[in-house]
Every structure is written in structure tokens, then in C-alpha cells.
Design a protein around this ligand. Sequence first.
Ligand code: TLP
Length: 347
Amino acid sequence: MIDLRSDTVTKPSPEMRRAMAEAEVGDDVYLEDPTVNRLQDRAAEIFGREAALFLPSGSMGNLIAIKIHTHHGNEVICEERGHIYNYEMAAMAFVGGVLPRSIPTDDGILHWDQVKAQIRPKIYYRAQTALISLENTHNLAGGTVYPKEVSDEICDRAHELGIPVHLDGARVFNAATYLKRPVREITARFDSVQFCVSKGLGAPIGSLLVGTRDFIEKARVYRKVFGGGMRQAGVIAAAGLIALEKGPLRLEEDHRNARHLAEGLARIPGVKIDPAKVQTNILVFDVSGTGIDAHDIAKELAAQGVMAGAFSAEVMRMCTHLDVSRAQIDQALEIFARVAAGQTVSA
Ligand code: TLP
């Protein structure tokens, strides 16, 4: 199987498995797991922050940030196709008690003028905007990247109004790779950042929140409230450490493979994608011109050995990652061309 559904599907490398087997561990709820502590210290150092906290998932990181920055009855500004708004089980409303105020964009990238227009006036009879949450790279918009000036401006202007800004940086290392700048620079002005080691960086499990010491102390409390207090978590943090050190060094290869995949898809009749717009490792594209429902394309691709995601009847997603080679991408393209032309093997 050539699995292009997501970069979450990557399997731990032999080096990671060895490190996991040999990890020094302790009870992390007592703050005594040396490997978790090392991962947290290293993440804080890489992001130039006071502290970091290891978490089971990115969704938990985003929810904890919302809980810390907001109160029930507040509003949170986010982009219309944001992960936090579409794929996190409505947790911000369910658990956080906040109202998402979403803004549609073509490319997933919010600009200050759009954000400003959605900030509620400071009147006692209006719900108050308590947080702005950005996503970099933007998943559903196709791995798009915030130009640093654009996210900096949102942070600076929001701070002038006393509003914090959180970053869902699940793939912020992909953004940094595209921008050729360190993550600490592109995330410096955010109040909190969540990033995943379990996506393109290759770890099997885990995300981290980074921020001030005070923010992380509060985050540790919420992590426990949400049932995320882990014990000998060093066995997974050991893989996280390798992901954090080595993962970013090879993301450029995923991006090159994604552009190659996009160029191939663009040549297939009925598929609409602009390869010039593919910045990182995610491709979101329209298949309506094939006359075949995207779900049926996904099903038939799977029957022929390729896995891809269908987001609607027209839209599909593919992600490149460390477990797919250039040769497998070429193979996937050949199979896609056959499926888009209506050649089926499944019943
Ligand atoms: N994204 C997953 C799916 O949930 C869609 C994927 O396959 O891409 N923020 C962003 C931008 C994400 O893409 C994801 C996961 C998360 C947060 C949540 O991370 P986890 O899955 O660790 O809770």
C-alpha cells in the first residue's frame, strides 16, 4: 500500500524503536520521567520559550490553550477550514464553552483586516473576543504557509487590543522549512504554540505545547483534568526526541515530492490542481472534472494499492511523508491516471 492519506501514518523508524526500548523512564505525573523532561526542555529551547509540555495529541494541545486563554461565553476567531473548528469534535464549544467566529479565506491564511473586522466591540452586552487561533501550515487549504509578516502583524495588533494569539502549529516545521527560517523566529510573537511530533517528523505519538512557565504550569493542570497525565511516557518521548532533532532535516524532501505529485496530478484529465501553489507536503485538489465521486476514486485507488482521502464528493487530499519514496509517488500517479479514466478492478 502507498499510503498518502496523511503524514500521521508514518511508522517509527528502527532507531526510534531502539530508543523507545532503551528509554530511561519515571512517573511523569510526579515530573520524574527523565526522557519526557529532556523532550520538553529541548522543545522549549528550540522554540526559544521558557517551558514546554508533552501531550498525547495535538487536539489536546489546542483545547488546553483555549481553556487557558478564554472563559465560557467568549469568542475565538479562527479560519473557516481550520482544524480546530472542523476536526476537533467541537471541543472548543463542548468543553471550552466558547463560540468560534470563523472567517472564510481562499488559502487558509488570515490577514489582520479580516480578523479585526470580527473582533467584538468591548460592550458588556456583547460576547467578547478572547483569542485568535491561526494554523500554520494550514491543513485543509493544502499545506499553505503564513508569510512571517502576516502572522506577526496579527499577533502585534491583537496584543495592542489585549487579545492573545495561539498557533496550531501541528506542521510548523513544514512552514519553517518552506520559509527557510527557524521555528523560533516564525512563532516568536504567539502567546502559545502547539506542534506535533507525530506527523511529518515521524514519531508514533505526541505533541507539545510551548509558552511561558506560567502558561505551561496551567497547561499541566488541564492535561490532568482531560485525562492526559501519562506515567512512564519516556517510552514515547524517546521517539519524540529523535523526531524533533532529525525530522525537520528531511521535510524539504517531502515538499519536493509533493510538488512532483502535484505536477503529475495536474496532467491527469479532470484533476484540478495548481502545482505552483503547493508549498509544503499537503495537496488538496478537485476531481469533479473526472465525473467520478471523490469517495469512489478513493475506494478504487485503495483497491489498486493507493490510499488517499476524500473530503467531499469533489475534493481529495494527499500528503507526502517519510514513508513514501519518489518511486512510489510515480507509481501512485500511474494508478491515479487509470482510476480517473474509469479503469476499475473493484466490484
Ligand atoms: N490532522 C489529521 C486529521 O485530524 C485531519 C490529519 O490527518 O491531517 N492541527 C492540525 C492542523 C492537524 O492537521 C491535526 C491532525 C491536529 C491539529 C490534531 O492532531 P492530533 O491528531 O494529534 O489530535
